[in-house]
Design a protein around this ligand. Sequence first.
Ligand code: SAM
Ligand code: SF4
Length: 346
Amino acid sequence: MSEIATRKRDVIDTRQSPLTDGFGRRISYLRLSITDRCDLRCTYCMPERMTFLPKREVLTLEELHDLATGFIARGVTKIRITGGEPLVRRDIVDLFTALGRRIGDGLDELTLTTNGTQLADHADALAKAGVRRVNVSLDTLDRDRFATLSRRDALPQVLDGIAAAKAAGLKVKINAVALKGINEDELPDLIAWAHGQGHDATLIEVMPLGDVEEERLDQYLPLDTVRARLEERWTLADVAASTGGPARYVDVAETEGRLGFITPHTHNFCDGCNRIRVTATGQLYPCLGGGERVDLRAALRSDSPQERLAAALDEAMAIKPERHNFRMDERGASPALARHMSMTGG
Ligand code: SAM
Ligand code: SF4
């Protein structure tokens, strides 16, 4: 671990200006995928026989650390570690520990998105590293359904992980993808459970990313429909404050909890976009819903990483599109982006 912390390669010129895209949006939030591998195989995310990247293509922990600190130097104040499943990567807590030292020194927040299977082993170390909040993906509380949906019988581990996170003092948010005919009947129970445990909850519409052996339109459940159904049973009060992210929030009077809706299809959330995504191979995607891409690994592994990375980040800012163009309607799902969500981490 100290290996990561003691490296001092300034790969990004700190005299460069903060990242701002061509539409004047300040980019302050990095989602950094640190592996494409995963111990689950959620049917909406990846096929059972997923082909993972050769290890040499994936950035080392040192490279990930260099990149992350470079982004902090360019004005990124929030980093979310994601994947694949971030907690399956060996020694990943070392990266959290090293980056955690930047909290209060350029970095406001370090978080992660996880499926929770390994959280029981890592919750204390994450809290110690400075992580305060985690997003845990959980689409069902039914063990059989979980096994069908994720193709692995891991619900008990996930629930243990969530309990361990809470015990370690981490604020937990439960993220659930709303899936037609799969978990739609269970969403109120899932939300009520999360709120009862003291966790916030967020629902997500399925997005057409990567080939998954299933028909996307069969899975797509518009959250407008879900919200209307929830309003028949509960009182939902819109929360005015925006987090700058894509979710819209309501407070649920009956459960006394907060519920978010991430609706890429039914509402556009691009105007206030402050984020970029970097894959485990160092590919920067300025938009989750677009094919634009800049290769940071080539820059990082070049003879002049500082200049090449500065140029690559400037290019990323120049090509970040104004808005995504996901579409899910009777004409089908598009764009048919070949990359899976496990590359960019959502
Ligand atoms: N493995 C971790 C997890 O599941 O939380 C982190 C990576 S996962 C790709 C991040 C989030 O993306 C999860 O909440 C998952 O449910 C969501 N996701 C995956 N594929 C998706 C898709 N096609 N549409 C919408 N959300 C998706
Ligand atoms: Fe793995 Fe997360 Fe994708 Fe499920 S959603 S297969 S847990 S990366």
